[in-house]
Design a protein around this ligand. Structure first.
Ligand code: ACO
Length: 331
């Protein structure tokens, strides 16, 4: 399952898109019984972006995809597969990836979604590696896009302060040098699925007047439980992936964790004994954008010229399922 290998795939372009509308903690103070101080000290979040009423996840994803392609110096015709990771699809079917393919006018390349919660971008990287190194695809556009604020219960202060909307994208192809994915580790545990879910609207509890009256169409989470598992599993994933790459924690230039809560991010850094300045975080600006958090961090670091050739990155995530994964990447 894990691998340390010679042939690699690498990221040749990055991009992200976040809607213009900003919702601050002070705005939330007017909506539920909370304070900026509580939200910031418990989560690290100051503000988040909110999609407009007429925006769906694919609209954000198309924009992020265009930006990643531009950054790679490529055109839509240069890619041969679109993978979209999302838990908030435009529609249950068709897949969001098909809506993205339409939006990009990427006729008629294959396109599909993966639904793995917040770990979706890392599962997507691992999947893309398999597709490219097996010779099935040459250049893949991988997008993590989410509009969690449309499945958020705005009366529930336990969850509504946490999430934001955005999409992040990368272009992936076979590496012609030393850079690329060095190793990975991925896991899932469906026994814990009920701790973080959107229970209604699927085939278990189809949408009905009753399901809506019971708020089952909203995201539900046992925050404390999720927190404990996230810290443990993200630590495990990063250590196992480093071991598989034959690297030590001292070799890491950047830990780029999924941005769910600053306390999870810092606890993961401490568990791995990686100094705080090497642990990247931008959660204060965007909140938890689920699958979009890691590609947004990558794009920010890349565009700010903070990534040097040869830098070792550990991408590390945890999400609904539960699922968790880490990817060790040489820039
Ligand atoms: N404002 C003020 N008080 C609040 C708020 C709020 N927004 N939310 C909860 N509280 C209260 C609670 O009601 C509780 O009060 P009580 O003691 O009177 O009952 C108190 O604050 C403490 O609540 P806890 O849930 O124990 O607070 P905690 O410190 O655990 O923080 C949080 C809650 C932020 C949700 C945290 O548990 C967390 O971040 N969990 C992980 C969430 C996460 O990572 N989810 C996603 C992972 S996967 C993915 O990204 C989809």
């Amino acid at each position: 399952m894990e691998s340390q290998k010679k042939r690699k795939i690498k990221i040749t372009g990055t991009g992200f898109y976040a809607p213009d509308k900003i919702l601050t903690n002070f705005d939330l103070e007017k909506m539920v019984d909370t304070t900026d101080e509580w939200i910031f000290t418990r989560t690290g979040i100051r503000e988040r972006r909110i999609a407009s009423e007429d925006q769906a996840t694919s609209d954000l994803a198309v924009e992020a995809g265009k930006r990643a392609l531009k950054n790679a110096g490529l055109k839509v015709k240069d890619i041969d597969l679109i993978i979209v990771a999302t838990s908030t699809p435009d529609t249950i079917f068709p897949s969001t990836a098909c809506w993205v393919q339409k939006g990009l006018r990427a006729d008629h390349i294959p396109a599909f979604d993966i639904s793995v919660g917040c770990t979706g971008f890392l599962y997507g990287l691992i999947l893309a590696e398999g597709m490219i190194l097996s010779g099935i695809n040459k250049r893949i556009l991988l997008i993590g896009g989410e509009i969690l604020t449309k499945v958020t219960n705005w009366k529930d202060r336990n969850t509504c302060v946490l999430f934001g909307d955005a999409a992040g994208a990368v272009v992936l192809e076979e590496s012609d040098d030393d850079s690329g994915i060095l190793s990975y580790y991925w896991r899932a545990d469906g026994n814990l699925g009920n701790l973080l879910s959107q229970p209604g609207g699927g085939s278990r509890i189809p949408a009905s007047v009753q399901s809506i009256a019971q708020d089952l169409h909203y995201l539900q989470m046992k925050g404390n439980e999720v927190f404990k598992h996230a810290v443990k599993c993200m630590g495990e994933a990063a250590l196992e992936a480093l071991k598989s790459a034959g690297l030590k924690r001292e070799d890491v230039d950047y830990l780029i964790p999924h941005q769910a809560n600053i306390r999870i991010i810092e606890a993961t850094g401490r568990r791995l004994k990686i100094p705080r300045e090497k642990v990247y975080s931008n959660i204060h600006k965007y909140g938890n954008t689920s699958v979009a958090t890691i590609p947004i961090c990558l794009d920010e670091l890349h565009k700010a010229d903070k990534l040097k050739k040869g830098d070792v990155l550990v991408l590390d995530a945890f999400g609904a399922g539960f699922t968790w994964a880490a990817v060790v990447y040489r820039w």
